[in-house]
Structures are given as structure tokens and as C-alpha cells.
Design a binder for this molecule. Structure first.
Ligand code: ATP
Length: 140
């Protein structure tokens, strides 16, 4: 069977469809590490971590902040089912900066009963949002 030339990328959350596009390449933040997918990739199922996903269509690269969920890879299609997914233009930078400062304060001066994992994830989410928001479209 000939290799597909493109991929259909679908990124959906419980609330909405965030991306539905024909693309050439996608880089996914998996819990076992970030991995790249091009057309013709072997089918696989992976879990997502909090991180930055990017995809390329021709010369144009776009970034999405994702948190938790699954990636299903087929030779001609990638489906991301994420708890949270935000494109750069969806991100409220002031809110993410406030969240980062709260998380930093918590981690710097931990209370005895602090949930360290929760604070770590809040920090990671806010830093991912700020990184994605700072990326201009068309730049890797
Ligand atoms: P915050 O502490 O600011 O509420 P959070 O990390 O606890 O952030 P989440 O639980 O990750 O928030 O997300 C809750 C909802 O709010 C989701 O729909 C998410 O997309 C949205 N959201 C959170 N932070 C931002 C942001 N900086 N910009 C845009 N949407 C955001």
C-alpha cells in the first residue's frame, strides 16, 4: 500500500475540538518522552504528559499546550484526546503568569501538608502555557 502523503490531526478535549487539520508532521509530549510522527507511522497508542505539542503544515508550524490524555497514531491520522488543549491564541498570559507565581511561591515555601505533585503540575502547566503563548506562528 502506498504511504499516505499527509496526516489528519484531530485534537479534542471533553469541551471542544481544538484542531482538525491536514498536516505534514506532529511532535507529541508523551509520558515516555516527546516523539515525532510523520505520514506512514506505525500505529501506536501513547499517554500524554503536560507539555507542548507542535505540528507543521508545509512551512507553517503551530503550537498547542496539552495536559493529560491519549494520542492514537495511525499511518494517515493522529488523534489527541486531551483533558486540556490550548492553542497560542487561546492562552490568557496574565492568568498563566499568576498561576506560575502561585506555584513558585508554594514550591519555594512549602507548607507541611503541601501536595507536592499538585504544585509541580501547576508549575509545569503554567510554564507550558507561557512558552506556547510566546511562540509566534510560523516559528519553531
Ligand atoms: P488556573 O490556576 O489559572 O485556574 P489551572 O492550571 O488550574 O489554571 P486548569 O485546571 O488547567 O487551570 O484549566 C481549567 C480551564 O481553564 C481549562 O479549560 C483551561 O483551558 C482554562 N485555562 C486555564 N489557564 C488558562 C490560561 N492561562 N489561558 C487560557 N485558558 C486557561
Amino acid at each position: 500500500m502506498p504511504l499516505p502523503e499527509h496526516l489528519i490531526l484531530e485534537i479534542v478535549t471533553p469541551e471542544r475540538s481544538v484542531v482538525s487539520e491536514q498536516i505534514d508532521e506532529v511532535q507529541i509530549p508523551g509520558t515516555e518522552g516527546s516523539f515525532g510522527v510523520r505520514p506512514g507511522h506505525t500505529p501506536l497508542l501513547a499517554t500524554l504528559q503536560v507539555g507542548e505539542l507542535w505540528y507543521r503544515r508545509g512551512e507553517e508550524t503551530s503550537h498547542v499546550a496539552v495536559s493529560f490524555g491519549f494520542a492514537e497514531v495511525q499511518p494517515d491520522r493522529v488523534t489527541i484526546l486531551a483533558q486540556i488543549a490550548e492553542s497560542a491564541e487561546d492562552i490568557d498570559v496574565t492568568r498563566a503568569t499568576d498561576a506560575e507565581q502561585r506555584a513558585k511561591k508554594r514550591l519555594d515555601t512549602p507548607a507541611l501538608d503541601m501536595d507536592f505533585e499538585r504544585a509541580r503540575i501547576a508549575m509545569l502547566k503554567s510554564l507550558t502555557r507561557l512558552r506556547v503563548a510566546s511562540r509566534a506562528r510560523n516559528r519553531v
